[in-house]
Design a protein around this ligand. Structure first.
Ligand code: AN0
Ligand code: CP
Length: 330
């Protein structure tokens, strides 16, 4: 594997899940695979889980790790071509990338959507520049439009908590997975819901998305997924509730890209509370974290035994180990 951005990059999903179970049973099984190989993790944005779990995954495989926080000590980087660099940016990404590539064997990139230029974000400009100019395999640690390490960990978690989930063909009943929008005071990217939709569509689950009108996700990621604007109807019979906020994807109205469409105070009826969960089939609660309590979810729901947020985060080490292993195997 040379690049990890979309679900297709992993090939057969059942095989990937089998590998994840193998790694989970013995996470050091391939601890010499990465000997004398160096992972460089480049962060343009903050992170807790991705930073720690990906570093741990690399260590499981015997790799060395270097971390660069671009906004904490590196030169400020220009990312656009054709500009006269007379501002605060001292270096261009197009020199920085091959330099970074010269010190490592694999590069992980965290670079969120700017949420101002839809075309620039949805073209995955920064990620593809790393692909093109680093000379090394690259993988997404949440880029402008996707967060595949998260979605892979989410699928592992769903599989672990519903043995029949992916075995509809073998007589099991598909579990119902609901992705619900929830309120948030700041504009957030669409990367997490985009990838989650992409992965749920590829898995054999009954997948429903619910959100207020105007927050329609890009068809490139949701494909034919069912959208139910009535949150209560969507929640009925759900086995998994996956909550996440996202800003306007600008699908129906490109001018609204990256905006919060309504004052969040008026959207608090979308917050996942005990009453919402009572509409479900005793559903498990999921969120990628970090989560704002009282906005996305109430304390009692996230603290309940039905909440999977901690095992979900723990599975980030597993998804990252599988992905790095695949990259090291070439
Ligand atoms: C980011 C997002 O919503 O994409 C990262 C989530 C993993 N969240 C925030 O910036 C709060
Ligand atoms: N879920 C996730 O990617 O968390 P971080 O932003 O803390 O890495």
């Amino acid at each position: 594997m040379k690049s990890f951005l979309n679900v297709e990059d992993l090939g057969d999903l059942k095989e990937a899940l089998r590998e994840a179970a193998e790694i989970k049973a013995d996470r050091y099984k391939y601890n010499t695979l990465g000997k004398n190989k160096t992972l460089l993790m480049v962060f343009f944005n903050n992170s807790l889980r991705t930073r720690l779990s990906t570093q741990k995954a690399a260590m499981n495989l015997g790799m060395n790790v270097i971390v660069l926080d671009v906004n904490a000590g590196a030169w400020k980087l220009e990312t656009e071509r054709g500009v006269i660099m007379d501002g605060d940016k001292s270096e261009h990404l197009l020199e920085a990338i091959p330099v970074m590539g010269s010190y490592c064997d694999v590069i992980g990139i965290r670079s969120f959507a700017g949420l101002t230029n839809r075309d620039y974000d949805y073209a995955e400009t920064v990620y593809h520049q790393f692909e093109q100019y680093s000379g090394k395999p690259v993988f997404a640690m949440e880029t402008a439009t996707v967060h595949p390490l998260q979605a892979f960990a989410d699928l592992i978690t769903i599989e672990e908590n519903s043995p029949l989930a992916l075995r509809r063909g073998a007589g099991g009943e598909a579990v119902k997975v609901v992705l619900t929008w929830a309120p948030h005071p700041r504009a957030l990217p669409q990367a997490v819901p985009n990838s989650f939709a992409q992965w749920m569509n590829a898995a054999d689950v009954d997948f429903v998305i619910t959100h207020p009108e105007g927050y329609e996700l890009d068809p490139k990621f949701v494909a034919g997924a069912r959208v139910e604007y009535d949150q209560r109807k969507a929640f009925e019979g759900a086995d998994f509730i996956y909550a996440k906020n996202w800003s306007c994807p600008g699908v129906t109205n490109p001018g609204d890209y990256g905006k919060i469409l309504h004052d969040y105070h008026k959207m608090m009826h979308w917050t996942v509370d005990a009453e919402h969960m009572s509409w479900t089939n005793n559903a498990r609660f999921m969120h990628c974290l970090p989560v704002r309590r009282g906005m996305i979810v109430t304390d009692d729901v996230i603290e309940a035994p039905t909440s999977l947020v901690i095992p979900e985060a723990a599975n980030r080490e597993i998804s990252a180990t599988v992905v790095l292993k695949r990259i090291l195997q070439g």
